[in-house]
Design a protein around this ligand. Sequence first.
Ligand code: DQA
Length: 145
Amino acid sequence: MKFLVINGPNLNLLGQREPGIYGEENYEALCQMVKDYAAAHGSTAECFQSNYEGAIIDAIHGARGVYDAIVMNPGAFTHYSIAILDALKAVDVPCIEVHISNVHQREEFRHKSVTAPACVGQVTGLGLYGYLAAMGYFLEKQSEL
Ligand code: DQA
């Protein structure tokens, strides 16, 4: 499978940003981890990160006909970006939403995801493993996608 792994705002600062919540691994380590996992399963993973909503929307549009599945952590855009919700609905590339932290154990405003309704499912609170869990699901279910 060809995976596109999208990370939204502030996730470029993984490892430095609130390590008690997001862990000590940096963004490069995350990308290497998803690439290695994909390769171990006869697949590929491209990583894209942006702090800009429009750039993320463009990346989702660009996935059409290029990638089999999207694994996305929209960061704070999760909680209010109707534009990212609409972008996911506009393309026929299945997406799983990932959150490193357990958003349900945190502030009330993080409990709501406006983007998850356009996703196959959501993984939250499993740390960086959540990205692999999402990829594993797609690999397992690829004949049904
Ligand atoms: C996050 C959770 C969001 O609420 C937050 O804004 C992030 C990261 C997570 O991975 O746990 O930037 O998506």
